[in-house]
Ligand binder design. Structure first.
Ligand SMILES: NC(=O)c1ccc[n+]([C@@H]2O[C@H](COP(=O)([O-])OP(=O)(O)OC[C@H]3O[C@@H](n4cnc5c(N)ncnc54)[C@H](OP(=O)(O)O)[C@@H]3O)[C@@H](O)[C@H]2O)c1
Length: 232
C-alpha cells in the first residue's frame, strides 16, 4: 500500500514513516528539507513548505491508502502580545496546509478501496491552557475539519485526529530543554511521563489501518491522561 506523510522528516511524522516502511509499504514523504530518511526503505522525498504559497505539492499518480498531516507550530504568548500575524501563521501551517493537502490528494484517496486521513490537534483544545490561545484556535479548527470531512467523505474515507500532550520532539524543544523541565513535565501527567514519538506514532498507524476500520470523526486523546484524569 502507499501512504503520504506530510512532515515525515522529523518528530512524530518520521516515526510514522519508519513504521509504515518496515511493514513493506511505499511512503511518500514531504518536509521543508530532506533529513532522517537515509536508512528507510521505499521512501520518496519531496520538498514542500506550507507557509509558502508558491511551494508545490508533488504529483502522485497512484492510489493512496492514507495521508497524515504532521506540520505544526507552537507560539506560546500572553493574549495581549499575540499579533494577527501570529494567529494567521498558526492557522496557515496547521489548518490551511492540511486543507491544501487533502484537496490535492482526494482523488488518490478515493481511488483506494479503504483510505484514511489522520490529522493532529493538541490537548490544549480540550483543556484551556494559559498562553495557548493562537495554537488552540488553529487546532480547534482542525478538530472541526476532522468531524466535517469524516461526515462528507463517509463511507469511503475515514478521517480522524490525534490530540497529543507534550511530546519529546524538536517542536517541544524549548519546553523539554533541560532535566528540570523534563521532570516537571513528566509529573504534570497522570501517567507520570511526557509523550514519545513512539506513543503518538503507534496511535497514528492504528488510525490508518483496517484495525480502526469502524472509527471515523474521532479526536483521540493520546496524552498520558492529561485531559481526562486527575490523580489525588
Ligand atoms: N510535540 C508536541 O509536544 C506536540 C504536542 C501536541 C500536538 N503536536 C502536534 O503533532 C504534530 C507533529 O508534531 P512534531 O512534534 O512531530 O513536530 P516536528 O518535530 O516539528 O515535525 C514536524 C514535521 O513537519 C515538517 N514541517 C514543519 N513545519 C512545516 C511547514 N511549515 N511546512 C511543511 N512541513 C513542515 C517538519 O519537517 P521540516 O523541518 O523538514 O520542514 C517535520 O517533518 C504537529 O501537528 C503538532 O502540532 C505536537
Amino acid at each position: 500500500m502507499s501512504y503520504l506523510i506530510v512532515g515525515g522528516t522529523a518528530g512524530i511524522g518520521n516515526e510514522i514513516v519508519r513504521r509504515l516502511s518496515s511493514k513493506g509499504n511505499k511512503v511518500f514523504v514531504t518536509g521543508r528539507t530532506q533529513k532522517n530518511l537515509d536508512e528507510i526503505n521505499n521512501v520518496d522525498f519531496y520538498e514542500w513548505n506550507s507557509e509558502d504559497e508558491n511551494s508545490q505539492l508533488p504529483e502522485i499518480s497512484e492510489p493512496l491508502s492514507g495521508i497524515v498531516y504532521c506540520p505544526g507550530t507552537i507560539i506560546l504568548k500572553p493574549f495581549k502580545n499575540l499579533t494577527d500575524n501570529d494567529f494567521l501563521y498558526e492557522y496557515t501551517v496547521n489548518l490551511l496546509g492540511a486543507v491544501r493537502v487533502i484537496r490535492k490528494y482526494l482523488p488518490n484517496l478515493k481511488s483506494s478501496e479503504n483510505s484514511a486521513i489522520v490529522l493532529f490537534s493538541t490537548v490544549a483544545v480540550q483543556m484551556g491552557m494559559s498562553f495557548h490561545s493562537s495554537i488552540a484556535s488553529a487546532k480547534g479548527a482542525i478538530e472541526g475539519l476532522t468531524r466535517s470531512l469524516a461526515a462528507e467523505f463517509a463511507p469511503s474515507i475515514r478521517v480522524n485526529c490525534i490530540a497529543p500532550s507534550l511530546t519529546d520532539t524538536a517542536l517541544a524543544g524549548k519546553l523539554l530543554g533541560n532535566e528540570e523541565k523534563r521532570d516537571a513535565a513528566a509529573k504534570r501527567h497522570p501517567l507520570n511521563k511526557f509523550g514519545t514519538v513512539e506513543d503518538i506514532a503507534s496511535a497514528a498507524v492504528y488510525l490508518l489501518s483496517s484495525d480502526s476500520g469502524w472509527i471515523t470523526g474521532q479526536i483521540m486523546s493520546v496524552d498520558g491522561g492529561m485531559s481526562s484524569v486527575k490523580t489525588f
